[in-house]
Design a protein around this ligand. Structure first.
Ligand code: 13P
Length: 285
């Protein structure tokens, strides 16, 4: 079914697993992302940046996600990633996105709260979920670089959550957007502290740079949404470079694109299997 973020994260919390949120960089890769989640036996969050949403067309993303969720009987959330403007968020909600992120992390706390309240009011009235962020994630995303991330201050997070009824909270715990050539060192003492204080589902950004051996510990500490973008982008692009270098000019385009989508399928299938934290899922059955 086509679901909102709150619905899938509530179930993930109940059974203790994490849901993968994968950035779609074009429309081509979306069907294979959803098929991979279906085959792995998990819900999936498809997320798009504002720019990619506008490039493809928000309603086109909505149509594909809804149709495939119904046809394959798999739970799909369509989420707008890192939106800073109310107008972009409203456009996505009106187009049928089931979840949005309002990213006010660079604003002073009071302003972040005020703007988030407006988003939550508009979104919740339409059964759309909202993710916000306290602390900042460093690194590069969509060509924009924030050199240094800022760890989430637990006190600020609590003040924010007291004021704003969000459905998920993104936290700065040592990850960086766009880190694909090395792995990061997570601040687990901070993650544990945040988990002990915060009951809302927590979100990891910059998932490409996280070592897969850390996934279980993240799930055990309340991480319910885990974002992966760059690994898909780099994998698709690498495959595309090879395909298009080797191809005959009049080869069917499909023959060159399918191997790129297969790379995306493989990453989503593999990571989703790890996020499911099978030991704990089996234990609750
Ligand atoms: P990566 O591109 O580093 O995997 O991060 C994705 C992300 O956090 C999207 O918001």
């Amino acid at each position: 079914m086509y679901k909102n973020l709150k619905e899938v994260l509530t179930e993930a919390e109940r059974i203790n697993y994490t849901v993968g949120a994968f950035n779609a960089h074009n429309l081509e890769m979306v069907p294979d992302m959803i098929r991979a989640a279906k085959d792995a036996g998990s819900p999936i969050i498809i997320q798009t940046s504002v720019s990619t949403a506008q490039y493809v067309g928000m309603k086109n993303f909505v149509a594909v996600c809804k149709t495939m969720a119904d046809d394959l009987l798999v739970d799909v959330v369509l989420h707008l990633d890192h939106a800073k403007s109310f107008d972009d968020i409203k456009e996505a909600i009106d187009a049928g996105y089931s979840s949005v992120m309002f990213d006010g992390s660079a604003l002073p706390l009071r302003e972040n709260i005020e703007k988030a309240l407006r988003v939550v009011e508009y979104a919740h009235a339409r059964d759309v979920s909202v993710e916000c962020e306290i602390g900042t994630i460093g690194g590069t995303e969509e060509g924009v670089t924030i050199a240094e991330g800022v760890y989430t201050d637990p006190k600020q997070a609590l003040t924010f959550l007291d004021a704003v009824d969000v459905d998920a909270l993104a936290v700065g715990v040592g990850t960086h957007h766009g880190q694909f050539q090395s792995k990061t060192k997570l601040n687990f003492p901070l993650i544990e502290e945040l988990h002990s204080l915060i009951t809302k589902p927590l979100v990891i950004h910059g998932g490409t740079g996280v070592d897969e051996s850390d996934y279980t510990q993240l799930t055990e500490n309340g991480i319910r949404k885990f974002n992966v973008g760059t690994e898909l982008l780099v994998g698709w692009t690498r495959a595309a470079k090879k395909q298009f270098e080797d191809t005959e000019l009049n080869n069917s385009l499909r023959n060159n694109i399918m191997p790129c989508n297969q790379v995306v399928y493989d990453v989503v299938y593999h990571k989703t299997g790890l996020f499911l934290n099978k030991k704990s899922v089996v234990a609750t059955m």
